[in-house]
Design a protein around this ligand. Sequence first.
Ligand SMILES: [Zn+2]
Ligand SMILES: [Zn+2]
Ligand SMILES: [Zn+2]
Length: 143
Amino acid sequence: MCVYLFCSFYVRFDMGVLRKTKSVKIVLNEFAVNSSATSVITLIERLKSEMNKTTVYRILEKLEDDGVLHSFLAKDGLKWYAKCRGCSSTTHHDVHPHFQCLECGKVDCLKTNFIIPEIANRKVEVSQVLLQGKCEECYSIVS
Ligand SMILES: [Zn+2]
Ligand SMILES: [Zn+2]
Ligand SMILES: [Zn+2]
C-alpha cells in the first residue's frame, strides 16, 4: 500500500500537476513518513520553523484539489488530512470511515467501505463517518 502511494506522489510530480516547491515537498514528506492522518494543528506546529501557517493551509488546500490528500473533521471539530488512494484532481473516492483513538488521539483511514443509503428525493454529495474508540495499540495494552 505504502509503495503504491509513494509512487503516485512521484508520478504526480513528474506530470507537473504540482509545482516542486520546497514547501510542498516538506508537507508531502510529513505524509510519506506517517501512514496515519495528521491534524492541521499538528502540521503547523511541526513545520513552524520552515513555513508559516498560511503557507501550510494553502499547500494543504492545493494538495486536496489535486487529489493527493483528503480532509475530514475529527474530534472537537479539528480538521485532519490523510493521503488519498487513486483520487484525481477531478474526483475524490475517499468514501471510507475514519477511526480516532480516544486514548492516544491517533486517527487512521479505515479500509472498510461503507454504503451511503439511498434517500428519496435527496442527493448525497459529501459524507463523513468518524468512529471513535481504542486503536490497536491502546486496545492491546488494556486486554
Ligand atoms: Zn481523495
Ligand atoms: Zn490509541
Ligand atoms: Zn481517509
